[in-house]
Design a protein around this ligand. Structure first.
Ligand code: FES
Ligand SMILES: [Fe+2]
Length: 445
């Protein structure tokens, strides 16, 4: 439970807000490369309540204020020319740095042009996502996390609109206990679905993981501090000799890193559009095989409407809720796609969950730890102290690796070593990750 002022503090990210300023100190995803139109790569984007326009410049991307300094016209309709964006109203031309380069209707010797500059932010493309730095001063280097360092051909990026505050999205991602309920099948379903990772049979049990996880609904949840944020363990006793160990992570401040099947992991950011809406951006990376981007993209695009990436199932159609299905097939009655289940859970709370009336239990340990971390980091940021997952220089950036994310069956005795070995094996067998360090240091959160 939070006090009203704490709930505001952790949910408001507009310009000038404490959290907004701290989130701007991190590289944030602003668009997918695949959503930028080929013929005229210009797109209006809104991030943390700021209206911006993203456009292609030589050798990269530019992100500037969306409105012309002259009389406020929308530059996202502008003409992309001469290495910048030209306003349609009176032809002012802006460079990628936001400086006005031409004011054709002004007298030729006017110095007025030198005074005109709109906001502009540095962009960098990584694995299918255009990231921007909206903070003060120079951007930090990118940490050597797998999501940034995996070779492009082993990755796949996508995004989706969730109509609620960003923190609801993150809190869903780091909450390991909901898996036993929200994503459960009433009867095992043979169809190939998005949640297929749970449809594999667990050796020696004769049961699918989805069933075992559903039956073992009271996992031990342990949370550790890590240099990237938090490491979250969910440990389920499947049989006397066997545990299901799932290691996930909070990548501070607004992403989580979770395993997806045996060889894949994804990092998912939850980026505020404004305080009531956000986009999740995901980079999936495969340790073993190259990804089939075309197929994955077609499959994902069929689940949303463009250009907003709003899921087809959403509040306007009750997320496709079907009472018969709820009785006979799925726990939710909202289809087999676990993404929709997660979306429903956090959207159904309303745009900003009222955390002053919730009742958290022991199973919410990760959610609680994350809020403590956020509140503490806001103080650290204010005092100018180092922040999690925020390297101060290139040397430190190289030391920020992983995070490790594993889903495995482990022996009851020695599960702590088992999951690390599993991770090391996966990396040793990987064409690209073999060199990554798997050393981790941890302290209690
Ligand atoms: S409003 Fe943009 S040039 Fe006049
Ligand atoms: Fe979920």
């Amino acid at each position: 439970m939070l006090r009203p002022e704490e709930n505001d503090l952790l949910t408001q990210t507009g310009p000038g807000t404490p959290l907004g300023q701290m989130m701007r100190a991190y590289w944030q995803p602003v668009a997918l490369v695949s959503e930028m139109p080929e013929e005229r790569p210009v797109k209006a984007v809104r991030i943390m309540s700021e209206d911006l326009v993203l456009f292609k410049r030589e050798g990269g991307w530019a992100l500037t204020s969306r409105f012309c300094a002259h009389r406020g016209v929308d530059l996202s309709y502008g003409r992309l020319e001469d290495g910048g964006l030209r306003c349609l109203y009176h032809g002012w031309l802006y460079g990628p740095d936001g400086r006005c380069k031409e004011q054709p209707a002004e007298p030729p010797h006017s110095k007025f042009i030198d005074k005109i500059r709109i906001s502009s932010y540095t962009c960098e493309e990584r694995n299918g996502i255009i990231f921007a730095y909206l903070g003060a001063g120079d951007p930090p280097p990118f940490p050597a996390f797998d999501c940034f360092d995996a070779p492009d051909e082993y990755t796949f990026a996508f995004k989706g609109l969730w109509e609620c505050n960003w923190l609801q999205g993150v809190e869903g991602g780091i909450d390991p206990s909901h898996v036993s309920f929200l994503h459960r099948f009433i009867q095992e379903d043979p169809r190939e679905v998005y949640g297929q990772q749970f449809s594999e049979e667990v050796e020696g049990t004769g049961k699918k993981l989805s069933m075992l996880v559903g039956e073992s609904y009271r996992p031990d949840i342990e949370v550790e501090s890590a240099e990237h944020g938090l490491r979250v363990f969910a440990i389920r006793q499947l049989t006397e000799q066997m545990k299901h160990v799932r290691v996930t992570n909070l990548m501070f401040p607004n992403a989580f890193v979770v395993p997806f099947g045996n060889t894949k992991v994804f990092t998912q950011w939850h980026v505020p559009i404004d305080d009531n809406n956000h986009y999740w951006f995901m980079v999936l990376y495969d340790f073993a095989e190259k990804t089939d981007k075309e197929t994955l993209l077609a499959q994902r695009i069929s689940e949303v409407t463009l250009p907003d990436y709003r899921p087809i199932r959403n509040r306007s159609n009750n997320w496709g809720f079907d009472a018969t299905e709820q009785k006979e097939l799925t726990f939710t009655g909202m289809g087999l796609d676990i993404n929709v289940h997660d979306q429903w859970a956090v959207e159904s709370m309303g745009p900003i969950q009222d955390r002053t009336v919730e009742r958290l239990g022991v199973s919410d340990r990760a959610v609680t730890a994350n809020r403590r971390l956020l509140l503490r980091a806001l103080e650290q940021f204010e005092a100018g102290n180092p922040l999690p997952a925020h390297p101060i220089d290139d040397v430190q950036a190289k030391s920020f690796v992983g995070p490790l994310a594993v889903d495995t069956i482990a022996p009851t005795e020695g599960w702590q070593e088992h999951w690390r070995l599993k991770e090391q094996e996966r990396r040793a067998a990987s064409p690209w990750a073999a060199q990554s360090s798997t050393e981790v240091e941890s302290v209690d959160a």
